[in-house]
Design a protein around this ligand. Structure first.
Ligand SMILES: Nc1ncnc2c1ncn2[C@@H]1O[C@H](COP(=O)(O)OP(=O)(O)OP(=O)(O)O)[C@@H](O)[C@H]1O
Length: 967
């Protein structure tokens, strides 16, 4: 409850100082302030009390309006229809039961008419502007509220005036308090002190006339069209409305107790002519044929509308078990009750009010055995998997802004009538019901539906920008609450233990409610000294004695518009005993209703609009949502900006990755180019080899001839195959390398030149590897030189390799550090390891490539040397063939010696003849040529590995070819 107001002033017993404005309809009421408590007083006590009161209360009929009496005089009193009447709601097939109007004694015309018109003694409507300001703290300060004077004076006047008036209004009671519908000795039940509540007083008048004079649709139309506060004053609807609804009788055994009752819906009057007889007038009396729609229209519609305007409102149904409280509040599918009709109206109002925006939230709780259960939260599951685990205890709290409220309680935000109805239906299904003696589906708990309405003025303009500007300005939110309460019914002790316990709790809480309402009448502070009523001030209001009264405290203490619907059953209900029971209960209910009407004072005021300066916690949900929406919008914009940035970064990354991929592709292309170059080199090498091979082969053939001739007598130069594979492996090149071997005995051993090259013929040739210059010295010298050259080559190549390795390391280190710096910048610290691995792999690859080159160079060199050696052999063998037979013999001898001394190794004897020296010079030149070629090859390979420049290689290749051809 956002605001609470001080209680209005109470009527004083003092007479009026000035003439009072007329009351549209004079009403007769039993003075509830003197009625015994419904729960405690015995019927007999009630009757005696009534009698004593009635004797002194009379309302003048002289001032009654003339319109109604004329109408009434021609209109018969309404009949009490049985459930099976055409307009009734009772099941079909039942006998039509009509209580004839003739069965009731008719009041005299004047009296009858007197019940309608307004009385000059009635109080004036106290405009809301004259209402006292709200009490500090929101909870009405009953003491301070009683200091109001304007209404107090008038109400007090009413009471005393009515008591004193010689013009008694019509009554069913005679001077002795006996109920008589006719006769001269009528006692008027004095008008209830409704004037204490000016609004309520007005409602008396209007409610009594409205349904008599107006077509219901007409009423609806007019009510729906008006939302203004002034309406309250104009039509006189009050802040507290008390209605009584009579339930159709389920059956009768002929006892016809209904004959003792008279229900006059037109005059909102119920009278009983039994022992505790009396006449009761309320704001509305609904006969058995009145349906839920009519009940809602008269008892709750206006209240609901005003809740939408910013007032707090409470509607509750009270009555004995089985009398139709749930039927009235919930209704049926074909006849919806107060709750669904209120929901429809709430949304109609929202539709009709485009200048405001609304937020609705709903909660639903029950008070069962003095424990509060949240009906919208599913029952927790116990250890056995069955519902019934321990629910979080819901407590009632109170604060100045919200008043009394239950917490923690689930509140659901709803956006449509269907959604709201569904939520309530869910709560209904969770509510405790059980079969009792009087009701097969008796509610065993008090159920409270609470709909919180937040609304605020919409800023003009419907553009999004306007809405946004509204969103960032909190405040201006009005919060009001509509409480729709279906109480459990009072009942006699049941046989079943569980029902008994429930019944005890129900009765206790209803008793407390009765006590609170009864004691409300004693809240008179502004008394004159010596005023007898002053003692009432001390009356205790036991709100805390039950959860129900605690929850209803804000409403009962004047903070809210209140509509109480009391349900009764006056039929025999199938048996005389039941009828008696009903009668007692019905009388109790009627007394409760009278007390409520007389004692509850409400000065509900439109909830103040929360300003923008309130702290965040107390902000209305609507505001909080607005703020949240603004914040979320901001977050969304930020998120969008971030997303955009991330997208750009990702695009950048993608671009980098693409660049990397392109680089890799380029690398791959280069790799392919290198491979192609290698192949080209090998091809060139093969060309070189094949041009030399031809010489070798030719020489070999010469050697072969020679060796055939000398087989078995010459020392052999064995050649061990050394295989050299190019990196492509498919071009394996095996060239003989020089080596020493002991070819056993006289047997020749043949070196082999094998090649898988394109020519494919090298491998098939045999070569006599004989370093034969006649004395074997030439071969030795050649071998030494060849070995030295080989060694030099190897050294050179090793140094080249070292250089390359160093370069590779440096470049990979710099690349790693660059990559690292870049990736560290991108926050990819985890990938350092990967980078190092990548670089390691690159180094390994480079090494492998260098190894390949190494092998290739070795192979090339070996081939070149071999070719060189072969040339030398050919050349040295030629002069030998031209020497004298003596010399040949010497050679032959030496060979035979060499053969016998094979184990001593290869002997190298330098040539001594001038021919030999010339040959040697020529040979040296050739060796140089080989070295030159090797050098070119080395450079070429180095450059190839470093740059992959095909043209360059080709150029070099052609140079090489030229060199080789020159040789
Ligand atoms: N005005 C009515 N017209 C037709 N049937 C009614 C009327 N009022 C009540 N009933 C029927 O009477 C039975 C009991 O009504 P209901 O359950 O509403 O009583 P109750 O006051 O809520 O009882 P309890 O306090 O035990 O919950 C239901 O079957 C209902 O349909």
């Amino acid at each position: 409850m956002a605001t609470t107001l001080p209680r209005p002033s109470r009527p004083s017993a003092s007479p009026p100082n000035a003439p009072l404005p007329s009351l549209p309809v004079a009403k007769l009421r039993d003075s509830t302030s003197t009625l015994p408590d419904a729960s405690t007083a015995s019927p007999r006590a009630s009757v005696s009390s009534l009698r004593s009161q009635n004797a002194t209360r009379a309302v003048s009929s002289s001032a009654l309006p003339t319109k109604r009496p004329q109408k009434d005089s021609t209109t018969p009193l309404p009949t009490l229809t049985a459930p099976n009447t055409p307009s009734g709601i009772a099941p079909p097939g039942k006998l039509r039961k009509t209580i004839s109007i003739g069965s009731f004694p008719q009041p005299p015309r004047g009296i009858a008419s007197a019940s309608k018109p307004s009385s000059p003694l009635s109080c004036t409507s106290t405009p809301s502007s004259k209402m006292p300001p709200p009490s500090v703290g929101g909870i009405p300060n009953r003491g301070s509220s009683l200091r109001r004077s304007s209404s107090k004076m008038s109400t007090g006047s009413v009471r005393s005036a009515s008591m004193r008036s010689p013009m008694s209004p019509p009554s069913l009671f005679n001077a002795n308090g006996d109920m008589t519908m006719a006769g001269s000795g009528l006692l008027s039940i004095p008008s209830p002190p409704h004037s204490r509540n000016s609004s309520a007083q007005d409602s008396y008048a209007t409610s009594a006339t409205t349904f008599d004079d107006l077509d219901l649709d007409d009423v609806r139309g007019r009510e729906g069209a008006s939302h203004s506060d002034s309406k309250l004053g104009k039509d006189g609807k009050g802040n507290v409305t008390v209605s009584v609804r009579v339930r159709p009788d389920a059956g009768s055994d002929g006892a016809r107790p209904e004959l003792e009752w008279m229900v006059d819906g037109r005059r909102s009057l119920i009278s009983y002519k039994g022992k505790e007889g009396g006449e009761y007038i309320y704001d509305n009396v609904f006969a058995t044929h009145d349906n839920n729609s009519r009940v809602y229209d008269a008892a709750a519609k206006r209240l609901v509308r005003r809740v939408m305007e910013g007032y707090h409102g409470t509607v509750f149904a009270y009555g004995m078990t089985g009398t139709g409280k749930t039927f009235s509040m919930q209704g049926t599918a074909s006849s919806p009750g107060v709750i669904p009709l209120a929901i429809t109206d709430i949304f109609s109002y929202i539709r009709e009010t485009p200048h405001r925006e609304f937020l609705l939230r709903v909660s639903y709780l029950e008070i069962y055995n003095e424990k509060i259960n949240d009906l919208l939260t599913p029952a927790p599951v116990g250890p056995n998997g069955q519902p019934g685990g321990d629910q979080v205890e819901i407590k009632l709290r109170e604060d100045s802004k919200r008043g009394v409220y239950a917490t923690p309680l689930k509140e659901e935000i709803v956006q449509s009538p269907t959604q709201l109805l569904r939520v309530i239906a869910r709560g209904d299904s969770a509510r405790r019901v059980a079969g009792t003696q009087f009701n097969a589906r008796s509610s065993r708990s008090h159920a409270v539906v609470q709909i919180v309405v937040e609304s605020r003025e919409r800023v003009n303009g419907s553009s999004l920008a306007d809405k946004r500007s509204t969103a960032i300005t909190p405040g201006g939110v009005r919060v009001s609450t509509l409480s729709l309460i279906d109480l459990a019914g009072s009942e006699r002790a049941a046989e079943d233990k569980a029902r008994r316990t429930e019944g005890a709790h129900i009765n206790k809480s209803l008793l407390t409610l009765g006590t609170v309402i009864a004691n409300l009448s004693g809240e008179t502070e502004d008394k004159r000294p010596g005023d007898k009523k002053a003692v009432d001030k001390s009356k205790h209001l036991p709100y805390r004695d039950s959860k129900l009264t605690r929850l209803l405290q804000p409403a009962l203490s004047g903070n809210s518009l209140v509509s109480i619907l009391c349900t009764i059953q006056i039929g025999s209900a199938g048996s005389v005993a039941a009828a008696h029971n009903h009668t007692a209960e019905t009388l109790n209910t009627l007394k409760f209703a009278s007390r409520a009407k007389n004692n509850i004072v409400s000065h509900a005021k439109k909830a103040e609009e929360a300003g923008g300066g309130v702290d965040a916690r107390s902000l209305a949900l609507l505001d909080r949502y607005r703020i949240e929406i603004t914040e979320l919008r901001k977050q969304l914009e930020e998120a969008q900006t971030q997303t955009k940035q991330r997208d750009e970064e990702e695009e950048e990354k993608v671009r980098e990755v693409e660049a990397e991929n392109r680089h890799e592709e380029q690398m791959l292309e280069m790799q392919l180019a290198r491979t192609a170059l290698k192949e080209r080199i090998e091809h060139l090498n093969r060309l070189i080899l094949s041009s030399k091979s031809i010489g070798v082969n030719n020489t070999t053939r010469t050697f072969s001839a020679l060796s055939t001739r000398n087989r078995g007598s010459v020392a052999t130069i064995d050649s061990r195959p050394v295989s050299a594979r190019s990196s492509t492996a498919s071009h394996a090149l095996e060239v003989p390398s020089l080596g020493r071997t002991a070819s056993g005995g006289s047997r020749d051993s043949l070196g082999t030149v094998q090649g898988n090259g394109a020519n494919g013929d090298a491998g098939s040739e045999e070569e006599d590897a004989i370093g034969d210059n006649g004395d074997g010295t030439a071969s030795s010298a050649i071998q030494v030189r060849a070995l030295q050259a080989d060694l030099a080559d190897k050294n050179r190549y090793i140094s080249t390799l070292e250089k390359r390795l160093l370069q590779a390391r440096r470049s990979s280190q710099s690349r790693v550090s660059m990559g690292l710096a870049q990736r560290m910048g991108n926050g990819e610290e985890g990938s350092m390891e990967t980078i190092v691995k990548e670089r390691d792999a690159e180094i390994a690859e480079l090494r492998a490539r260098l190894d390949d080159k190494d092998r290739m160079i070795t192979a090339l060199r070996s081939a070149a040397r071999k070719r060189d050696v072969a040339d030398l052999r050919v050349e040295t063998s030629t002069p030998t063939s031209r020497t004298s037979p003596e010399a040949r013999r010497r050679v032959s001898h030496q060979r035979s010696e060499g053969g016998s001394n094979a184990s001593s190794g290869f002997r190298h004897t330098p040539p001594t003849s001038p021919v030999g020296l010339g040959l040697l010079t020529e040979k040296r030149q050739k060796v140089k040529g080989v070295e030159e070629m090797t050098r070119i090859l080395d450079e070429m390979i180095t450059e190839t590995a470093a740059g992959g420049n095909t043209n360059h290689i080709l150029r070099r290749g052609s140079t090489l070819k030229v060199v080789s051809e020159a040789q």
